[in-house]
Design a protein around this ligand. Structure first.
Ligand code: SAH
Length: 352
Protein backbone atom coordinates (compact mmCIF):
# COMPACT_ATOMS: atom_id res chain seq x y z
CA UNK A 1 0.00 0.00 0.00
CA UNK A 2 1.08 3.58 -0.62
CA UNK A 3 1.73 5.82 2.43
CA UNK A 4 -1.62 7.58 1.97
CA UNK A 5 -3.49 4.26 1.62
CA UNK A 6 -1.82 3.18 4.90
CA UNK A 7 -2.98 6.38 6.61
CA UNK A 8 -6.55 5.87 5.40
CA UNK A 9 -6.49 2.17 6.36
CA UNK A 10 -5.23 3.11 9.84
CA UNK A 11 -8.11 5.49 10.29
CA UNK A 12 -10.65 2.89 9.12
CA UNK A 13 -9.17 0.30 11.50
CA UNK A 14 -9.46 2.78 14.37
CA UNK A 15 -12.92 4.24 13.78
CA UNK A 16 -14.62 2.25 11.03
CA UNK A 17 -15.45 2.89 7.38
CA UNK A 18 -15.34 6.51 6.18
CA UNK A 19 -17.68 8.38 3.84
CA UNK A 20 -16.70 9.01 0.23
CA UNK A 21 -16.53 12.70 1.15
CA UNK A 22 -13.88 12.04 3.79
CA UNK A 23 -12.03 9.77 1.38
CA UNK A 24 -12.07 12.43 -1.36
CA UNK A 25 -10.93 15.15 0.98
CA UNK A 26 -7.98 13.12 2.30
CA UNK A 27 -6.96 12.00 -1.20
CA UNK A 28 -7.09 15.50 -2.68
CA UNK A 29 -5.93 17.68 0.18
CA UNK A 30 -3.82 15.64 2.65
CA UNK A 31 -1.00 18.10 3.46
CA UNK A 32 1.79 15.62 2.73
CA UNK A 33 0.44 13.09 0.23
CA UNK A 34 -2.73 14.74 -1.14
CA UNK A 35 -3.22 15.03 -4.88
CA UNK A 36 -3.37 18.83 -5.05
CA UNK A 37 -0.90 19.26 -2.21
CA UNK A 38 1.93 17.56 -4.04
CA UNK A 39 1.73 18.30 -7.71
CA UNK A 40 0.74 20.46 -10.64
CA UNK A 41 -1.77 18.12 -12.30
CA UNK A 42 -2.70 20.23 -15.30
CA UNK A 43 -1.86 20.00 -18.98
CA UNK A 44 -0.35 17.45 -21.34
CA UNK A 45 2.18 16.23 -18.76
CA UNK A 46 -0.45 16.08 -16.03
CA UNK A 47 -3.66 14.17 -15.53
CA UNK A 48 -6.20 16.50 -17.10
CA UNK A 49 -6.57 19.68 -19.13
CA UNK A 50 -9.02 22.40 -18.18
CA UNK A 51 -10.64 25.03 -20.41
CA UNK A 52 -8.28 27.89 -19.44
CA UNK A 53 -5.30 25.61 -20.12
CA UNK A 54 -6.64 24.86 -23.61
CA UNK A 55 -6.64 28.44 -24.82
CA UNK A 56 -6.47 32.03 -23.56
CA UNK A 57 -9.80 32.89 -25.21
CA UNK A 58 -11.68 31.06 -22.43
CA UNK A 59 -10.36 33.31 -19.66
CA UNK A 60 -10.60 36.40 -21.84
CA UNK A 61 -14.30 35.82 -22.51
CA UNK A 62 -14.97 35.11 -18.82
CA UNK A 63 -13.13 38.34 -17.92
CA UNK A 64 -15.11 40.36 -20.46
CA UNK A 65 -18.42 38.97 -19.15
CA UNK A 66 -17.47 40.01 -15.59
CA UNK A 67 -16.23 43.41 -16.85
CA UNK A 68 -19.57 44.00 -18.59
CA UNK A 69 -21.41 43.12 -15.37
CA UNK A 70 -19.13 45.55 -13.48
CA UNK A 71 -19.94 48.37 -15.93
CA UNK A 72 -23.66 47.50 -15.90
CA UNK A 73 -23.60 47.98 -12.13
CA UNK A 74 -22.04 51.44 -12.38
CA UNK A 75 -18.31 50.57 -12.10
CA UNK A 76 -18.21 50.09 -8.30
CA UNK A 77 -14.86 50.51 -6.49
CA UNK A 78 -13.20 48.96 -4.62
CA UNK A 79 -14.16 45.39 -5.53
CA UNK A 80 -12.93 41.87 -4.85
CA UNK A 81 -12.02 39.95 -8.01
CA UNK A 82 -12.04 36.40 -6.75
CA UNK A 83 -11.48 32.85 -7.91
CA UNK A 84 -11.86 29.67 -5.90
CA UNK A 85 -9.61 26.81 -7.02
CA UNK A 86 -7.42 28.80 -9.43
CA UNK A 87 -5.09 25.90 -10.37
CA UNK A 88 -2.09 27.36 -12.19
CA UNK A 89 -3.50 30.91 -12.20
CA UNK A 90 -3.98 30.84 -15.97
CA UNK A 91 -7.67 31.78 -15.91
CA UNK A 92 -7.06 34.77 -13.60
CA UNK A 93 -4.10 35.93 -15.72
CA UNK A 94 -6.21 35.83 -18.91
CA UNK A 95 -9.14 37.56 -17.17
CA UNK A 96 -6.89 40.33 -15.84
CA UNK A 97 -5.55 40.99 -19.32
CA UNK A 98 -9.09 41.20 -20.74
CA UNK A 99 -10.54 43.45 -18.03
CA UNK A 100 -7.91 46.10 -18.67
CA UNK A 101 -10.31 47.11 -21.46
CA UNK A 102 -12.89 48.09 -18.81
CA UNK A 103 -11.29 51.34 -17.72
CA UNK A 104 -10.77 51.48 -13.97
CA UNK A 105 -11.72 47.88 -13.17
CA UNK A 106 -8.15 46.63 -12.74
CA UNK A 107 -7.35 49.53 -10.38
CA UNK A 108 -10.54 48.90 -8.40
CA UNK A 109 -9.88 45.18 -8.00
CA UNK A 110 -8.15 43.31 -5.23
CA UNK A 111 -7.40 39.82 -6.56
CA UNK A 112 -8.41 37.16 -4.04
CA UNK A 113 -7.74 33.47 -4.56
CA UNK A 114 -9.31 30.74 -2.48
CA UNK A 115 -6.84 27.87 -2.63
CA UNK A 116 -6.29 24.94 -0.31
CA UNK A 117 -2.97 23.70 -1.70
CA UNK A 118 0.22 25.49 -0.55
CA UNK A 119 2.01 24.06 -3.59
CA UNK A 120 -0.52 25.58 -6.03
CA UNK A 121 -0.56 28.85 -4.01
CA UNK A 122 3.13 29.24 -4.82
CA UNK A 123 2.54 28.55 -8.53
CA UNK A 124 -0.26 31.16 -8.49
CA UNK A 125 2.00 33.75 -6.83
CA UNK A 126 4.74 33.10 -9.38
CA UNK A 127 2.23 33.62 -12.15
CA UNK A 128 0.21 36.57 -10.84
CA UNK A 129 2.46 38.47 -8.46
CA UNK A 130 0.74 40.04 -5.46
CA UNK A 131 -2.52 38.28 -4.65
CA UNK A 132 -4.42 37.65 -1.44
CA UNK A 133 -4.91 33.98 -0.63
CA UNK A 134 -7.92 32.93 1.44
CA UNK A 135 -8.73 29.57 3.03
CA UNK A 136 -12.45 29.72 2.32
CA UNK A 137 -15.13 31.79 0.58
CA UNK A 138 -16.40 32.75 4.04
CA UNK A 139 -13.32 34.99 4.32
CA UNK A 140 -14.29 37.08 1.27
CA UNK A 141 -14.72 40.75 2.26
CA UNK A 142 -17.98 42.68 2.47
CA UNK A 143 -17.46 44.42 -0.88
CA UNK A 144 -18.84 44.06 -4.41
CA UNK A 145 -17.69 40.62 -5.49
CA UNK A 146 -16.83 39.55 -9.04
CA UNK A 147 -16.05 35.85 -8.96
CA UNK A 148 -15.14 33.21 -11.52
CA UNK A 149 -14.92 29.49 -10.77
CA UNK A 150 -13.92 26.83 -13.30
CA UNK A 151 -13.78 23.13 -12.38
CA UNK A 152 -13.82 24.00 -8.68
CA UNK A 153 -17.09 22.47 -7.52
CA UNK A 154 -16.31 19.11 -9.16
CA UNK A 155 -13.36 18.73 -6.77
CA UNK A 156 -15.48 19.16 -3.63
CA UNK A 157 -16.16 16.00 -1.61
CA UNK A 158 -19.38 14.15 -2.40
CA UNK A 159 -21.46 11.57 -0.56
CA UNK A 160 -23.22 8.76 -2.40
CA UNK A 161 -26.28 6.74 -1.42
CA UNK A 162 -27.44 3.51 -3.02
CA UNK A 163 -31.07 2.38 -3.06
CA UNK A 164 -31.53 -0.84 -1.08
CA UNK A 165 -34.68 -2.47 0.20
CA UNK A 166 -36.02 -0.29 2.99
CA UNK A 167 -34.25 2.95 2.08
CA UNK A 168 -30.84 4.23 1.07
CA UNK A 169 -27.42 3.05 2.23
CA UNK A 170 -24.42 5.34 2.12
CA UNK A 171 -21.49 4.12 0.06
CA UNK A 172 -18.52 3.97 2.45
CA UNK A 173 -14.83 3.22 2.07
CA UNK A 174 -13.82 0.24 4.17
CA UNK A 175 -11.13 -2.41 4.18
CA UNK A 176 -10.86 -5.82 2.56
CA UNK A 177 -7.97 -8.29 2.61
CA UNK A 178 -6.36 -6.60 -0.35
CA UNK A 179 -6.89 -2.95 0.42
CA UNK A 180 -9.45 -0.18 0.37
CA UNK A 181 -12.88 -1.18 -0.81
CA UNK A 182 -16.25 0.47 -1.38
CA UNK A 183 -19.09 -0.93 0.70
CA UNK A 184 -22.46 0.10 2.09
CA UNK A 185 -23.26 1.69 5.44
CA UNK A 186 -26.47 1.36 7.46
CA UNK A 187 -29.84 2.10 5.84
CA UNK A 188 -30.95 5.71 6.19
CA UNK A 189 -34.04 7.64 5.23
CA UNK A 190 -33.43 10.01 2.31
CA UNK A 191 -36.20 12.03 0.67
CA UNK A 192 -35.24 10.91 -2.84
CA UNK A 193 -36.98 8.74 -5.42
CA UNK A 194 -35.16 5.70 -6.79
CA UNK A 195 -35.33 2.03 -7.66
CA UNK A 196 -33.16 -0.74 -6.25
CA UNK A 197 -29.49 -0.22 -7.14
CA UNK A 198 -29.86 3.47 -8.08
CA UNK A 199 -27.17 5.81 -6.80
CA UNK A 200 -27.71 9.45 -5.83
CA UNK A 201 -25.05 11.99 -4.97
CA UNK A 202 -24.83 14.98 -2.69
CA UNK A 203 -22.11 17.59 -2.34
CA UNK A 204 -22.85 19.12 1.08
CA UNK A 205 -20.12 21.79 0.93
CA UNK A 206 -21.12 23.27 -2.43
CA UNK A 207 -24.46 24.96 -1.61
CA UNK A 208 -22.96 26.47 1.56
CA UNK A 209 -20.16 28.00 -0.49
CA UNK A 210 -22.53 29.34 -3.14
CA UNK A 211 -24.69 30.82 -0.40
CA UNK A 212 -21.69 32.68 1.05
CA UNK A 213 -20.82 34.03 -2.41
CA UNK A 214 -24.40 34.98 -3.31
CA UNK A 215 -24.99 36.67 0.05
CA UNK A 216 -22.18 39.12 -0.70
CA UNK A 217 -23.43 39.70 -4.25
CA UNK A 218 -26.97 40.34 -3.01
CA UNK A 219 -25.77 42.76 -0.32
CA UNK A 220 -22.93 44.61 -2.07
CA UNK A 221 -23.33 43.94 -5.81
CA UNK A 222 -21.15 41.91 -8.14
CA UNK A 223 -21.48 38.75 -10.20
CA UNK A 224 -20.35 35.14 -10.15
CA UNK A 225 -19.86 32.73 -13.04
CA UNK A 226 -19.55 29.03 -12.23
CA UNK A 227 -18.42 26.62 -14.94
CA UNK A 228 -18.25 22.89 -14.40
CA UNK A 229 -19.24 19.61 -15.94
CA UNK A 230 -22.52 18.20 -14.85
CA UNK A 231 -26.18 18.90 -15.10
CA UNK A 232 -29.24 19.29 -13.02
CA UNK A 233 -30.21 16.21 -11.09
CA UNK A 234 -27.57 14.55 -8.94
CA UNK A 235 -28.65 11.07 -10.04
CA UNK A 236 -26.22 8.33 -10.99
CA UNK A 237 -22.69 7.45 -9.96
CA UNK A 238 -20.42 10.13 -11.44
CA UNK A 239 -17.49 9.67 -9.05
CA UNK A 240 -14.37 9.25 -11.15
CA UNK A 241 -10.61 9.09 -10.91
CA UNK A 242 -8.30 10.31 -13.65
CA UNK A 243 -4.61 9.59 -13.96
CA UNK A 244 -2.49 10.45 -17.01
CA UNK A 245 -5.67 11.44 -18.88
CA UNK A 246 -7.19 7.96 -18.37
CA UNK A 247 -9.85 6.70 -15.93
CA UNK A 248 -8.63 4.51 -13.06
CA UNK A 249 -10.32 2.82 -10.08
CA UNK A 250 -10.91 5.58 -7.46
CA UNK A 251 -9.92 3.16 -4.67
CA UNK A 252 -6.52 2.50 -6.23
CA UNK A 253 -3.52 4.72 -5.59
CA UNK A 254 -5.19 7.34 -3.34
CA UNK A 255 -3.54 10.75 -3.66
CA UNK A 256 -2.13 9.94 -7.08
CA UNK A 257 -5.26 10.37 -9.20
CA UNK A 258 -7.63 13.30 -9.54
CA UNK A 259 -11.02 12.56 -7.98
CA UNK A 260 -14.10 14.41 -9.20
CA UNK A 261 -17.86 14.11 -9.54
CA UNK A 262 -20.36 15.81 -11.82
CA UNK A 263 -21.77 19.02 -10.42
CA UNK A 264 -25.50 19.20 -9.72
CA UNK A 265 -26.40 22.84 -10.45
CA UNK A 266 -29.94 22.74 -9.04
CA UNK A 267 -28.93 22.99 -5.34
CA UNK A 268 -26.39 25.68 -6.26
CA UNK A 269 -29.07 27.83 -7.91
CA UNK A 270 -31.39 27.23 -4.95
CA UNK A 271 -28.65 28.33 -2.55
CA UNK A 272 -28.07 31.56 -4.50
CA UNK A 273 -31.78 32.35 -4.51
CA UNK A 274 -31.99 31.58 -0.77
CA UNK A 275 -29.22 34.14 -0.23
CA UNK A 276 -31.31 36.80 -1.96
CA UNK A 277 -29.50 36.92 -5.32
CA UNK A 278 -30.66 35.98 -8.83
CA UNK A 279 -29.48 32.64 -10.29
CA UNK A 280 -29.35 31.90 -14.00
CA UNK A 281 -30.42 28.80 -15.78
CA UNK A 282 -27.34 26.61 -16.37
CA UNK A 283 -26.37 26.90 -20.04
CA UNK A 284 -24.05 24.73 -22.07
CA UNK A 285 -20.48 25.99 -22.06
CA UNK A 286 -20.40 25.87 -25.87
CA UNK A 287 -23.56 27.94 -26.28
CA UNK A 288 -22.40 30.42 -23.65
CA UNK A 289 -18.95 30.99 -25.19
CA UNK A 290 -20.41 31.30 -28.71
CA UNK A 291 -22.96 33.85 -27.46
CA UNK A 292 -20.03 35.90 -26.15
CA UNK A 293 -18.36 35.89 -29.57
CA UNK A 294 -15.90 32.99 -29.19
CA UNK A 295 -16.06 32.14 -32.91
CA UNK A 296 -15.25 35.71 -34.00
CA UNK A 297 -12.44 35.92 -31.44
CA UNK A 298 -10.94 32.61 -32.65
CA UNK A 299 -11.13 33.70 -36.30
CA UNK A 300 -9.39 36.96 -35.50
CA UNK A 301 -6.65 35.15 -33.56
CA UNK A 302 -6.25 32.60 -36.38
CA UNK A 303 -5.95 35.40 -38.96
CA UNK A 304 -3.26 36.98 -36.78
CA UNK A 305 -1.24 33.74 -36.88
CA UNK A 306 -2.52 31.76 -33.84
CA UNK A 307 -2.36 28.30 -35.39
CA UNK A 308 -4.20 26.63 -32.49
CA UNK A 309 -7.16 29.01 -32.20
CA UNK A 310 -9.68 27.14 -34.37
CA UNK A 311 -8.86 23.74 -32.82
CA UNK A 312 -9.21 25.29 -29.36
CA UNK A 313 -12.56 26.81 -30.32
CA UNK A 314 -13.77 23.36 -31.30
CA UNK A 315 -12.53 21.76 -28.07
CA UNK A 316 -14.21 24.41 -25.96
CA UNK A 317 -17.55 24.59 -27.79
CA UNK A 318 -18.30 21.49 -29.89
CA UNK A 319 -21.00 19.11 -28.56
CA UNK A 320 -18.62 16.13 -28.93
CA UNK A 321 -15.92 17.90 -26.93
CA UNK A 322 -16.51 20.16 -23.88
CA UNK A 323 -19.38 22.12 -25.42
CA UNK A 324 -22.34 20.19 -24.01
CA UNK A 325 -20.96 18.32 -21.00
CA UNK A 326 -19.80 21.53 -19.32
CA UNK A 327 -22.36 24.04 -18.09
CA UNK A 328 -22.10 27.65 -16.99
CA UNK A 329 -24.29 29.33 -14.40
CA UNK A 330 -24.29 32.93 -13.18
CA UNK A 331 -25.39 34.84 -10.09
CA UNK A 332 -26.15 38.58 -9.93
CA UNK A 333 -28.02 40.98 -7.65
CA UNK A 334 -31.76 41.55 -7.94
CA UNK A 335 -32.50 44.55 -10.14
CA UNK A 336 -29.17 44.40 -12.01
CA UNK A 337 -28.95 43.36 -15.69
CA UNK A 338 -28.14 39.66 -16.20
CA UNK A 339 -24.50 38.67 -16.64
CA UNK A 340 -23.84 38.48 -20.44
CA UNK A 341 -24.98 35.19 -21.96
CA UNK A 342 -27.35 34.24 -19.12
CA UNK A 343 -30.99 34.62 -18.21
CA UNK A 344 -32.72 34.13 -14.88
CA UNK A 345 -33.98 30.70 -13.90
CA UNK A 346 -37.75 30.85 -14.38
CA UNK A 347 -38.78 28.13 -11.94
CA UNK A 348 -38.57 30.34 -8.88
CA UNK A 349 -41.08 33.11 -8.36
CA UNK A 350 -38.66 35.14 -6.23
CA UNK A 351 -35.77 34.91 -8.73
CA UNK A 352 -35.80 38.24 -10.55
N1 SAH B 1 -9.73 26.41 -12.01
C1 SAH B 1 -8.51 25.75 -12.44
C2 SAH B 1 -8.17 24.50 -11.63
C3 SAH B 1 -9.23 23.50 -11.31
S1 SAH B 1 -8.62 22.15 -10.33
C4 SAH B 1 -8.59 25.44 -13.92
O1 SAH B 1 -9.65 25.59 -14.49
O2 SAH B 1 -7.57 25.09 -14.51
C5 SAH B 1 -9.29 22.45 -8.73
C6 SAH B 1 -8.62 23.55 -7.94
O3 SAH B 1 -9.33 23.69 -6.71
C7 SAH B 1 -7.18 23.32 -7.53
O4 SAH B 1 -6.50 24.55 -7.55
C8 SAH B 1 -7.32 22.76 -6.10
O5 SAH B 1 -6.15 22.86 -5.34
C9 SAH B 1 -8.43 23.62 -5.59
N2 SAH B 1 -9.22 23.08 -4.47
C10 SAH B 1 -9.76 21.85 -4.35
N3 SAH B 1 -10.50 21.75 -3.22
C11 SAH B 1 -10.43 22.96 -2.62
C12 SAH B 1 -11.00 23.50 -1.42
N4 SAH B 1 -11.77 22.77 -0.62
N5 SAH B 1 -10.72 24.80 -1.10
C13 SAH B 1 -9.95 25.55 -1.92
N6 SAH B 1 -9.39 25.08 -3.06
C14 SAH B 1 -9.61 23.81 -3.40
Amino acid sequence: MTPLAEIIAGRIRATGPITLADYMEICLLHPRYGYYATRDPFGVQGDFTTAPEIHQMFGELCGLALAQAWMDQGCPAPIALAEPGPGRGTLMADMLRAIRKALGMTEAAEVMLIEASPHLRQIQRDRLGTVTHLDSVEELPDKPLFLMANEFFDALPIRQYQRVSGGWAERMVGLSDDGLRLGLGPVVDLPREGKLGDVVEECPAAPAMVEAIARRIAAHGGAAILVDYGGCNGYGDTFQALRNHAPVDPMECPGKADLTAHVDFAPLAAAAIRAGAVASRPVRQGDWLLSLGAAQRAERLAAAGDAGAMTALRRLTHPDEMGHLFKAMAIWPKGAPPVPGFDALRLHADNA
